[in-house]
Ligand binder design. Structure first.
Ligand SMILES: C[S@@+](CC[C@H](N)C(=O)[O-])C[C@H]1O[C@@H](n2cnc3c(N)ncnc32)[C@H](O)[C@@H]1O
Length: 197
């Protein structure tokens, strides 16, 4: 269920249809349905709080949302100051909704570049630059393991800031050599982490 703060955020920024939704597998043969977590939009206040801890230079680089769903994370990123926000979403219906949801912000924020790629996250080619990568518990299992390895390889050539909300698969990142730079707790459980290599 959406909180009042989430409803207000969506109304203010022209976003719609944020009901939870089961993942679908129509987009990609590579896709492991068993690893996918159902769609639910991130709490905008939490992501805003985390983004506020990033150094100013991070905002000049692309913001990537792995499993962008209907685009709320992308909207928070755009409003926080990123000029390139990229969503990767396996479900075609959700990806189309994300692109539609970001149209209003795209008109309002000059210079904003929004890209939504409908594909399995493991097939997405990361841009060869420093990046801010956002995951709101999109997948688990072999899919997450693969993404953690891809991100680790990326850190050989460029710095990354990785924001992982509801980090159920944190172990995969720690096993790859990432360290927790900062963490956020809610009622004694881990709500989010910022990872560095
Ligand atoms: C918890 S939602 C996160 C939504 C969004 N990041 C936000 O914060 O508002 C997880 C999303 O990951 C997507 N997903 C699951 N497995 C995926 C995969 N292998 N590749 C791309 N997207 C995936 C789901 O369809 C769902 O939309």
């Amino acid at each position: 269920m959406r909180s009042t703060a989430e409803i207000c955020f969506d109304l203010r920024h022209g976003l719609s249809a944020f009901l939870p939704q089961e993942p679908t597998s129509e987009a990609d043969a590579n896709f492991r349905l068993d690893d996918a977590i159902q769609y639910q939009g991130v709490d905008p206040r939490l992501l805003q709080k985390i983004l506020a801890t990033l150094p100013p230079q991070a905002f000049q680089f692309p913001f990537i949302d792995y499993g962008c769903g209907k685009g709320r994370g992308l909207a928070v990123g755009a409003l926080a100051g990123f000029r390139s926000v990229i969503g990767v979403e396996v479900s075609a219906g959700l990806a189309a909704r994300a692109a539609a949801n970001l149209k209003t912000l795209n008109r309002r924020i000059s210079g904003l570049q929004v890209t939504v790629q409908c594909m399995d996250a493991t097939l997405f080619q990361l841009p060869p630059s420093p990046l801010v990568v956002f995951l709101y518990n999109p997948f688990i299992g072999p899919t997450l393991k693969r993404i953690a390895a891809i991100l680790k390889t990326q850190t050989d050539s460029a710095p990354l800031w990785i924001i992982y909300v509801n980090p159920l698969g944190l172990e995969e990142f720690l096993n790859c050599g990432f360290r927790i730079k900062q963490s956020w707790l809610h009622k004694n459980s881990l709500e989010a982490v910022l990872l560095e290599s």
